[in-house]
Design a binder for this molecule. Structure first.
Ligand code: IPD
Ligand code: CA
Length: 263
């Protein structure tokens, strides 16, 4: 059964806003923080946000399969489902737990062929909602957005992530000569900002589908390119193992610099 992507997008925008409101309310209260391992934290708010999103999606799409950072696995079994949801209830939990306001709720929809169909990234502290549906463009709070035109990497502002602080050192060569390098601690936010022309590119390795699927659709619909470090749309990119998103003008140079770092 094919989906009305415009209607789905509208529905997911509301779900992301509701989850964002929950997360924001708890941001100013004492948090219960647990450690999944030394550098990976989870709070009650992550769990409550995921529960809200899962309940809403299951109600609307019981035959889809859900993949969530704090659990997932609901809905139809993965080998039977036609559609897949990738849910990050708080992307940037380390920021959230430290009182840093750059965190997002990220929700993406894909099909069996790994097409990104719908993506929503919501930053509740800024009340900015980035969204897209395949073939229907990308928006920020309802206004169309597009990647920035940057033909020369020396003029580029890049966003980087370093999962659990492990891989920061080898990123410095990639960023040689660029205008600026920024790390805001939420892969989904970096992607939303590439889509809206605040950043020219973003790359990170060792992340997960729930980190990137919401933002991936937004970048693609805003005219950006999303590949792995070798310039391919491969499982490495789709699974977040080596993920590059940028404005088209700097893609060739970025993948040339990143290819030697490909896992
Ligand atoms: C993390 C953020 C961060 C990235 C990490 C992710 P989480 O997600 O996206 O920017 O560097 O690799 O794990 O754990 O806060 O949802
Ligand atoms: Ca995440």
């Amino acid at each position: 059964m094919s989906l009305d992507l415009i209607a789905v997008r509208q529905q997911v925008e509301q779900i992301a806003r509701d989850a964002g409101a929950l997360v924001l309310e708890r941001f100013h209260q004492p948090l219960n923080i647990e450690f999944k391992h030394r550098h990976d934290v989870v709070t009650d708010a992550d769990k409550a946000s995921e529960a809200l999103i899962v309940a809403a999606l299951m109600d609307a799409y019981p035959t889809h399969h859900l993949v969530g950072e704090e659990g997932g696995g609901q809905g139809a079994p993965a080998d039977e489902a036609e559609y897949f949801w990738y849910i990050d209830p708080i992307d940037g939990t380390a920021n959230y737990a430290s009182g840093i306001p750059t965190f997002t709720v990220s929700i993406g929809l894909g099909d069996r062929d790994d097409n990104a169909l719908v993506g929503v990234v919501y930053q509740p502290t800024a009340d900015e909602l980035f969204s897209a549906a395949k073939g229907h463009g990308a928006t920020l709070n309802g206004q169309p957005i597009h990647v920035r035109h940057t033909p020369d990497i020396n003029d580029a502002m890049l966003g980087i992530g370093s999962p659990f602080g492990a891989k920061a050192a080898h990123y410095s060569e990639v960023a040689t000569g660029v205008r600026g390098v920024r790390g805001f601690g939420s892969a989904a936010l970096h992607l939303a900002w590439v889509a809206s022309g605040r950043l020219d590119g973003f790359f990170e390795s060792g992340i997960s589908r729930w980190d990137v699927w919401g933002g991936m659709c937004v970048v693609e619909e805003a005219g950006g390119v999303v590949t792995d470090y070798r310039g391919e749309r491969s499982p490495k990119m789709l699974n977040g193992e080596a993920f590059l998103a940028c404005t088209p003008g700097i893609h060739a140079e970025l993948r040339r610099r990143l290819a030697p770092l490909s896992p």
